[in-house]
Design a protein around this ligand. Structure first.
Ligand code: ACO
Length: 332
């Protein structure tokens, strides 16, 4: 009997303060028209003074546990994907663990920037499949507003703050027991995860500070055009890899839940897949790029409003600094 990881609940949290493009245009040399036409972003949520990544992560995790109807005491692993921890150490995950009242198991952070949630999903899936964990809280949370250079118009318009979380549980049962007419596995849970990184492209997207190098936090620096070019190529490749590994075709996908970086990147991936726009969950217009939080935020929205339903095939993909990229295919 093979164990499969099932996503049994999700939740998210966005800080209260909304900053529109018009508000940014009053402070820096940009326009709503430039931002919308280049990125599709209209607004973003920003954390309040004194509101940290751990606060956002805690609220999203609390909601996900409530949705899953699982008490924190049953959780045996907490994974927090973040690039903006409260402190250099300890892991922000341990703060969230304590606030949730989780007394068993372990908690750690994962750093894969915008791909963090997918990296966390792969780790969680493998912990469950090997039998090491039974109930996992996976959170993606970031406060990029704290590492943005607010004078650099080419990056500061792109990001927002937020958090999203899912609860995963070991689902017993033969994943081959429920095979559909095309030979596809209809069982619920994570079908596969796929990860890649290419360290030779570090300098395309990075933060120019850190504890070991400058002893400062630093700011986001990006070669936008090159990141865009790599995103379009790598994301098309990773969705192909995920589909091939499962013997599926693009038309089998019910929902594409991509990392929300830029509407043009999303459209290009959907177009390469031949997927109609209505099958893609889009939040970038309202959330901007929330890094590791963007996929679970979008997932939570689409589950809550009834778009994603039990049995649907959901494909998630992301690319971020590293460069890192990955995908996860889930039967909801
Ligand atoms: N407002 C007005 N003008 C601007 C702004 C702004 N906010 N930002 C840059 N410009 C100007 C530039 O100064 C430049 O002016 P110049 O021609 O006089 O020098 C001009 O606009 C064009 O700049 P480019 O950087 O070439 O603009 P481009 O069309 O490439 O769009 C963008 C920039 C939106 C950043 C694009 O490259 C992009 O989306 N890249 C992907 C980056 C991304 O999504 N990163 C997120 C993290 S990675 C991930 O999550 C996948």
């Amino acid at each position: 009997m093979r164990i499969r990881s099932e996503i049994i609940g999700c939740g998210s949290y966005l800080p209260e303060r909304v900053v529109t493009n018009a508000e940014l245009s009053a402070k820096i040399d940009t326009t709503d028209e430039w931002i919308v036409s280049r990125t599709g972003i209209r607004q973003r949520h920003l954390a309040a003074d004194g509101e940290f990544t751990s606060d956002l992560a805690f609220k999203a995790a609390e909601r996900a546990l409530e949705d899953a109807d699982v008490p924190a005491a049953e959780v045996d692993l907490l994974i927090l994907a973040t690039t903006t921890p409260d402190n250099t150490f300890p892991a922000t995950a341990t703060k969230v663990q304590s606030r949730l009242g989780m007394v068993n198991g372990a908690a750690f952070d994962v750093q894969a920037v915008c791909s963090g949630f997918i990296y966390g999903l792969a780790i969680a899936d493998n912990f469950i499949k090997t039998g090491q964990s039974k109930t996992i809280v996976l959170i993606g949370a970031d406060t990029f507003s704290r590492i943005i250079d607010w004078e650099d118009r080419s990056t500061c318009v792109l990001f927002g703050d937020g958090a999203g979380a899912v609860v995963l549980r070991a689902g017993e049962g033969d994943p081959n027991a429920n095979v559909g007419e095309k030979g596809h596995n209809r069982g619920r849970g994570i079908l596969s995860t796929h990860l890649h990184s290419e360290g030779s492209t570090n300098d395309l997207l990075y933060v120019d500070g850190g504890p070991s190098s400058t002893q400062t936090v630093g700011h986001v620096r990006m070669v936008g055009r090159e990141v865009y070019r790599h995103a379009v190529i790598n994301l098309a490749a990773i969705v192909g890899e995920a589909l091939d590994a499962n013997g599926l075709a693009p038309e089998d996908i019910d929902w594409l839940v991509p990392h929300q970086a830029n509407k043009r990147i999303l459209d290009s991936t959907a177009k390469k897949l031949g997927l109609p726009e209505e099958k893609m969950v889009v939040t970038v217009d309202r959330h901007a790029n929330t890094s590791a939080a963007s996929i679970p935020l979008a997932l939570d929205e689409a589950v809550r409003d009834g778009r994603i339903k039990r049995g649907h095939l959901v494909l998630m993909e992301a690319m971020g600094g590293g460069l890192t990229w990955g995908a996860g295919l889930v039967r909801w």
